[in-house]
Design a binder for this molecule. Structure first.
Ligand code: FAD
Ligand code: NAP
Ligand code: SF4
Length: 703
């Protein structure tokens, strides 16, 4: 077969001896929440089948415990019995029917288990867990090794092509390997040989029970990012020993969950950890898989071409777009709905015990419902019949309007999208300017392409009113006009030193060296990040409203390493060193009226990193602030009742937003069918996840 013209490395098959993978992409393990749901395996079957159809080379399920003690949470997914194995047939048969391959991940949570039966090599509570683990007896250690092997054999029985043994991220196996968590003095602790006895015996036993012609990926923690983690020499020796014990491939694990280093958030540069895998390249005979923040076929190809790994793992990118590989293969990469690494609908949902989905793709994990709705309506895969096509106006090209317009047009309706400004994107045109949020450009590139592809009639620089929409005889109108910033009622709010976040971000008005920010929600945090960054170089927006070739610069790798104390020289255990925060060009105060932690409502899996970033740049974050007035002297406030004047050059208002929906009532009065979505519907608690989903729901109701 001739090489792919754009991605020859990504699309070259990988021969594992007993089986061949069709390309070099691995859909990495992600817990979706479906694993624990009644009938969840049927939902997972539809979910994985969609990704197999979309061309993923190999997929790995979310973590499944080999025993009750290994649960992540009470009644978590487990594979220890024949009856549990039987249910997995749904998944494996659906994947094989689509010519895909799938491995089951065996994960024992150890001290990360959120339940009272948790066990670990030593009885040390994890900093992120309320529970103290029980120390494992030698007998339990032996039984646990057997549990891994039994799980692997059952996985084979239920049709899986292999398993991945989860040996990283600070879970049980990792807890045995690192001196941080293994304080044992018996044959399972102390020396390095003793600490790696557990993973090596698991690997040997799994191979013995599952057979030679079965894929066994071992996920090795190649960079712990915690004190008393492994040294590089230990990582290398462990990798060699695992190869000797029968591993088919090694996957890369980066950072324990308790590490205070963001490793997959959007602020992490693309491919920021591929260098770790590269250190092992050439040392082993088996293939190595690299991972973390690889979200485009270009990045994947570059890493494979430049010898960073033999295979590339992407997890969230397949949530965002199940057809990622197929689109890349057909040279339609500009149609890929790119994962922006926000974690808002995937990881944050799982942490809140909600099913995972995706901010840019609300269909993710809903595949089974889509199949059911298609079965109910015979023609729904076909474009809407000519006589049912409607002339629909969508007003506002923010995330909500873009989602509604492109999905409605894909169904065959005649869609006119009106946007008052000169470019599509709404508030995303501000979000994308925040250092570390450059990925937001990709969502606009995607929607721009979908506008072209589905023939949405885009009218930029066109602010429309109800009369115009009536005169144009639209049958339906989607009002997606977004929000207007809230102006708080503070004496002196008209003072020239007062700016809105729109002045700062969109109009790029000059900002002084001392700044108070009123409001510490998502936008207040982003404005503080923007004002305190000095070495980020963000690409400026262009005038081309539907540009499809945007490749933002993003943060420099070295800046990211320095800021978070990652040591590519690996001089110390865990690969960490003293962080060297950025020097902020401004002194910033971030203020809120309410009590409690600043930024408490930021995402569960990313909020801590935003807080740490600002703290390291010297931002003063104050709760319980009452605003009195603004004048030449500065911002007059009380903090916990004590009066104070902040002598600042500027006050930036980030005090939330109000819905903008002047169009709605007149249209309803005129008898037009009107839909209200996104910020126009409800500004409180609005985010892009809700905006895009509401746009998508409009289209779903038009199927
Ligand atoms: P908007 O994005 O406000 O779009 C409304 C559009 O309607 C605008 O383009 C406007 O010009 C147009 N319009 C208004 N009236 C008319 C009219 N009469 N005729 C024609 N056009 C009209 N959300 C997240 O989920 N995650 C984040 O990380 C995140 N970061 C953010 C960072 C910043 C700095 C900002 C400002 C916002 C951020 N958001 C984030 C919020 C997110 O961008 C909004 O929730 C989302 O944009 C709301 O979408 P929308 O379509 O309802 O409205
Ligand atoms: P927000 O999250 O609701 O925060 C508004 C802030 O303003 C709060 O700190 C609030 O706290 C304060 N405030 C409200 N009314 C005020 C008043 N009258 N006077 C003074 N202060 C007032 O809204 P936002 O920051 O504007 O963000 C808008 C939406 O975009 C949010 O829903 C957010 O989720 C989303 N967003 C998300 C991200 C992300 O990273 N996920 C980033 C940016 C934006 P007090 O009332 O305590 O003062
Ligand atoms: Fe990626 Fe955000 Fe979707 Fe998660 S929710 S898959 S991080 S775009």
């Amino acid at each position: 077969m001739s090489a792919h013209p754009l991605y020859p490395h990504l699309f070259s098959p990988l021969d594992l001896g007993f089986t061949t993978l069709k390309n070099r992409s691995l859909m990495g393990s992600m817990h979706t929440g479906l694993e624990e749901r009644k009938d969840g395996l049927r939902a997972l079957a539809a979910y994985f089948a969609a990704r197999a159809r979309g061309g993923a080379g190999l997929m790995v399920t979310g973590g499944i415990a080999p025993s009750r003690q290994g649960w992540l949470a009470p009644f978590g997914a487990k594979l220890a019995t024949r009856s549990e194995a039987a249910k997995h047939r749904n998944v494996t048969e659906a994947v094989h029917a689509e010519d895909g391959k799938i491995c089951l991940q065996i994960l024992h949570a150890g001290r990360y288990g959120m339940h009272p039966f948790l066990v670990a090599p030593s009885p040390l509570r994890a900093p992120i867990s309320p529970f103290r683990p029980w120390e494992m007896s030698q007998r339990l250690i032996r039984a646990t090794i057997n549990d891994f092997a039994t799980s692997a054999a059952l996985a084979r029985e239920s049709g899986y092509d292999g398993v991945e043994i989860m040996g990283s991220e600070g879970y049980l196996i990792n807890q045995f390997i690192a001196p941080r968590t293994n304080k044992r003095t018996d044959e399972w602790g102390g020396s390095f040989e003793n600490r790696i006895r557990f993973p090596i015996e698991i690997m040997q036993k799994v191979r013995e029970k599952a057979g030679a012609d079965f894929i066994v990926i071992f996920r090795v923690s190649m960079l712990d990012l915690v004190e008393e983690g492994s040294t590089w020499e230990e990582v290398e020796q462990l990798a060699l020993a695992l190869e000797g014990a029968g591993a088919t491939m090694l996957n890369t694990g980066i950072g324990w969950h308790e590490a205070r280093v963001p490793t997959i958030a959007t602020l992490v540069p693309r491919g920021a950890f591929a260098w770790v895998t590269k250190r092992l390249m050439g040392k082993l005979r088996i293939p190595l898989i690299t991972t973390n923040r690889i979200n485009t076929p270009e990045k994947a190809e570059e890493l494979l071409r430049d010898g960073f790994a033999n295979m590339v793992s992407m997890a969230r990118p397949f949530l965002a777009d199940p057809d990622f590989m197929q689109k890349a293969f057909e040279q339609r990469a500009d149609e890929i709905n790119t994962c922006i690494a926000c974690n808002q609908a995937c990881l944050d949902h799982v942490f809140k015990k909600k099913d995972a989905s995706c901010l840019v793709n609300p269909r993710a994990c809903q595949e089974i419902l889509l199949i059911a709705s298609r079965q109910r309506t015979t023609n729904s895969e076909q474009p809407t019949a000519k006589n049912q096509q409607r002339k629909i106006a969508v007003v506002g090209a923010g995330p909500a309007g873009l989602s509604a317009a492109t999905e409605l047009a894909a169904l065959g309706h005649e869609v006119h999208l009106f946007e008052a400004s000169g470019e599509i994107g709404g508030q995303f045109n501000m979000a994308k300017l925040i250092p570390g949020k450059e990925e937001f450009y990709e969502t606009l590139r995607y929607f721009g392409k979908m506008i072209e592809k589905h023939g949405v009639k885009l009218h930029l620089n066109t602010r429309v009113d109800a009369r115009f929409l009536q005169n144009e005889e639209f049958e339906e109108v989607v009002v997606a006009t977004g929000v207007s910033p809230r102006t708080p009622n503070i004496e002196g709010i008209e003072h020239p030193k007062v700016l809105s976040y729109i002045d700062v971000l969109l109009h790029q008005k000059p900002v002084g060296k001392t700044v108070a920010i009123i409001g510490a929600g998502g936008i207040g945090f982003d404005v503080a990040t923007f004002l305190t960054a000095d070495s980020h170089v963000s690409e400026q927006p262009t005038n081309n409203p539907v540009r499809t070739d945007i490749r933002p610069g993003g943060q420099q790798l070295t800046t990211y390493w320095h800021e978070w104390g990652i040591d590519p020289a690996y001089a110390h255990r865990g690969g960490i060193t003293q962080p060297q925060p950025e020097h902020s060009p401004r002194q910033v105060w971030l203020l809120q009226r309410s009590k409690g932690k600043i930024g408490a409502r930021l995402g569960k899996t990313t909020g801590w990193a935003h807080r740490l970033t600002l703290k390291s740049r010297g931002v003063q974050m104050w709760p319980e602030v009452n605003y009195l007035k603004i004048d030449d002297a500065g911002l007059h406030i009380t903090v916990k009742g004590a009066p104070q004047i902040l002598d600042v050059e500027n006050v930036v208002i980030c005090a939330g937003q109000n819905p903008l929906r002047d169009l709605y009532e007149p249209l309803v009065q005129a008898g037009i069918k009107v839909h209200l979505i996104g910020g126009a519907k409800e500004a409180a608690e609005l985010d892009a996840k809700r905006a895009i989903e509401e746009g998508w729901n409009i289209a779903t109701s038009h199927r």
